[in-house]
Design a protein around this ligand. Sequence first.
Ligand code: CMC
Length: 441
Amino acid sequence: MGLDEGKLKIIDSRTGQEYTLPIRDSSVRAIDLRQIREDPGEFGMLSYDPGYTNTASCKSRIAFIDGEKGILRYRGYPIERLAEQSSYTEVAYLLLHGDLPTQHELETWDQEVLENSSVHENVKKFMDGFLYDAHPMGVLVSTIAALSTFYPDAKQIDSRSNRYRQQVRLFSKIPTIAAYVYRKSQGLSFPDPDWDLNYSENLIHILWSGTRRQPGRKESKVLAKALDTLLVLHAEHEQNCSTSTLRQVASSNADPYVSVASAISALSGPLHGGANEAVLTMLDEIASSRRIPDFMRRVKAGEQRLMGFGHRVYKNYDPRARIVREIASNVFEVTGRNSKIDLAMELERIALDDDYFVKRRLYPNVDFYSGIIYEAMGFPPEMFTVLFAIGRSAGWLAHWEEFMRDPEKRIARPRQLYLGPDETELVPLDERLGRARGEFA
Ligand code: CMC
């Protein structure tokens, strides 16, 4: 990899002109296309890529995905090994600091995270202002954005030490805020984190402390371990919709709180993180395996999607989905079996054997089974994507920092292909005939 891997020759059939573009890192620079013009007065050629299906917007050293083979690595470490052997805070350290911590570094990091996990009393008051039925993702987006007003120093993004301070704050507070989002929806008070507990145990403590759902010590350990692994699996996934939104917003030098809030907004949609909630709604609608054939008929007719299936990058089994499925049995041992898992497994079996899904290479993604586990744990579906956001916060912050240090960092400003009218004479208001034009006709 590096400079001058080779050359790409392009012949413009309109002019017969030949161009030579350098190939670097197996790619050509989109700006090199600009020299291709039919006549000298033209702007030059653009590449057109709706949905960025074949555009690398940055160079990154954080996550590697091979969608054909179903491989995911965080900074070189396979996701299977991390899920098996590392805690979420360890993985967050890996993403933010570039490598796994030593025992001492992890202890210091865990302590730092705990000490920053409480929120200002006014954050609680701010959250209290939402209506009881506000969607948790809306509350999370707004509260994370509001942190920007509590930490005005966050705007000093050129200071490395200041950036680090904000990253620790945000990473430490997001589980507390997420748990308060849940408690708000249940009409419960906002308890403080317990400094004797680790990250995921604390999450469980804040979520359910003083409620009838509060798990016993043994149950709590199992649930915390399962939640922790789910956070590891969701921690990072390179240039997905939310991460690229974050980079886009950060490119205007916006502070990390509003940048992460924008990423959470992107995550909330049902085609992205909101899919875990949509899977549960779908399973509720199907309700019984007898109705699967009719459901599948509608999916194949394009009337709806099999939520939790398909991925822009994975054209093989999402490696995270496999691990999520395994976690389910541990959770069910303490919560009781969620029968929706049987329906989901039956849907998976039928889909993986069906030409429609095989031909399009649609497999279960991370969201297919996670909601079933969250439901067994006692979360309402509206909370599922909030849990996803806690996990992804590590990846978002790692990308934010990587972007801030990137020597090629520039404000994001894509081009468009303008297909609208040419210069048009403005008819005075009282003379207009009121005809709609083009697509509005
Ligand atoms: N159910 C039925 N058909 C599907 C599905 C699905 N879940 N996903 C894709 N297809 C079909 C689609 O209709 C199209 O068929 P055709 O070629 O006949 O028009 C073909 O497969 C390609 O689909 P696409 O929409 O061009 O693929 P994409 O890469 O733009 O979209 C996706 C990827 C994840 C948005 C899509 O697969 C989807 O909508 N899945 C369901 C939602 C979901 O589970 N999202 C979570 C993604 S994983 C977690 C995350 O990253 O947030």
